[in-house]
Write a protein that binds this ligand. Structure first.
Ligand SMILES: NC(=O)c1ccc[n+]([C@@H]2O[C@H](COP(=O)([O-])OP(=O)(O)OC[C@H]3O[C@@H](n4cnc5c(N)ncnc54)[C@H](O)[C@@H]3O)[C@@H](O)[C@H]2O)c1
Length: 345
């Protein structure tokens, strides 16, 4: 088992990565706990060993729709009925939907109780479970209600990933692909545990340096501006449904095309983005039937937009990333046309 640390002063916590870590979850239970509310989904069969505590399992619905105010309210009521006290613990066992939802409820129940994230998808292990961003969706947009509420620990047992469908696993690779542009180096040459640890280490470092995304943490959104727009169009039934990581992979390529048409990068760097995405077997084309004009309302509504369209892009002449505000719609149209045409020059 490898232990990384998210360094946030008295709110610091460990991220444990390995095989068989699920059997050791009790080592991460903070002192003073007697009851544990385990929040999970019916199709997830991995359970942490928490024998000596009084536990109750709360199964929340599957899918992005579970991240709603209604489900959060039902969960909070269930936990209250169970009699969870201020000194007790919530344990989220699942992917990003469960950790976002359970973390949000933990942050508001009794104005905040402790919680552990037991991440069971690749996407949650490398990203969603680490960093304390919790939240639910509103009809107006994803993650519009939420909080920063750090867990007491994150448990990433890579053996739990063997039960994921191929498509869910690949979706996690979409977030992993992002880390190759944030300094991870090639991840496909590592065993899975080492690759997860490298990504989780980068996430932990960014969170430790900028908990509330006032600066550098925003770079973790590389690929997410267009990714979120395409994901949202799919969820609204207006295009092919994309999993989060699939949308991020396409978003990474779009960000590279945008950097290319604005003269930030050359064709070699554009090609290196395709190399990473293709090597991981991720989608590398814009979904059929979507027009660039359909994406603008989503790009403008993006949380990070702050009044203008904002992307994370390569800095001019370097491999560094930066947040770029005030992106011109015509540049987006040009990048879209180039990507649609398969122009990698
Ligand atoms: N808070 C953050 O920093 C952050 C970062 C990235 C993504 N997210 C959020 O994460 C969510 C996506 O998370 P996800 O991709 O993990 O999807 P998910 O949580 O919906 O899980 C995908 C599916 O896999 C199932 N599942 C989970 N673990 C399993 C296992 N071990 N075996 C078999 N099935 C399993 C789930 O029940 C679900 O059906 C989105 O809502 C996104 O907004 C949050």
């Amino acid at each position: 088992m490898r232990i990384l640390q998210v360094e946030l002063g008295d709110r610091s916590y460990p991220v444990a990565i390995g095989t068989g870590v699920l059997a050791r979850v009790r080592e991460f239970v903070p002192p003073g706990v007697s009851k544990v509310a385990i929040v999970t989904q019916a199709n997830i069969h991995h359970r942490p060993e928490l024998g000596e505590f009084e536990t109750r399992v709360f199964a929340v619905p599957d899918g992005e729709d579970a991240k709603s105010m209604g489900v959060a309210a039902d969960l909070a009521e269930g936990i209250a009925e169970f009699g969870l006290s201020r000194s007790d613990l919530v344990v989220a066992v699942g992917g990003g939907v469960v950790t976002d939802l359970a973390g949000f409820v933990a942050s508001v129940y009794y104005r905040g109780v402790r919680y552990l994230n037991v991440a069971t998808t690749l996407l949650a292990q490398v990203d969603a479970a680490i960093g304390g961003k919790t939240g639910v969706n509103l009809p107006a947009g994803k993650n519009l209600v939420g909080s920063f509420w750090q867990p007491s620990g994150v448990i990433c047992d890579v053996s739990t990933l063997s039960t994921l469908s191929d498509r869910e696993f690949r979706s996690g690779l979409g977030e992993m692909a992002k880390y190759e542009f944030l300094g991870s180096g090639r991840l496909d040459r590592d065993d899975l545990e080492s690759a997860v640890a490298r990504c989780a280490g980068i996430k932990a470092a960014y969170v430790s340096g900028d908990e509330r995304e006032g600066g550098r943490r925003a770079l973790l959104n590389y690929g997410h501006t267009m990714g979120h727009a395409l994901e949202a169009l799919g969820l609204a039934g207006r295009s092919e449904h994309l999993y989060h990581g699939e949308a991020v992979a396409i978003g990474l390529l779009f960000a590279a095309h945008l950097a290319r048409v604005t003269g930030r990068i050359g064709s070699e760097d554009l090609g290196s983005h395709y190399d990473v995405v293709d090597r991981m077997g991720l989608p590398d084309r814009l979904p059929d039937g979507v027009d660039v004009e359909d994406t603008f309302p989503f790009l403008e509504r993006d949380k990070k937009a702050m009044g203008s369209i904002t992307f994370v892009l390569r800095s001019r002449g370097s491999e560094a990333l930066e947040v770029v505000r005030g992106i011109d719609r015509d540049d987006i149209r040009r990048a879209w046309a180039a990507m649609r045409a398969g122009d990698r020059s």
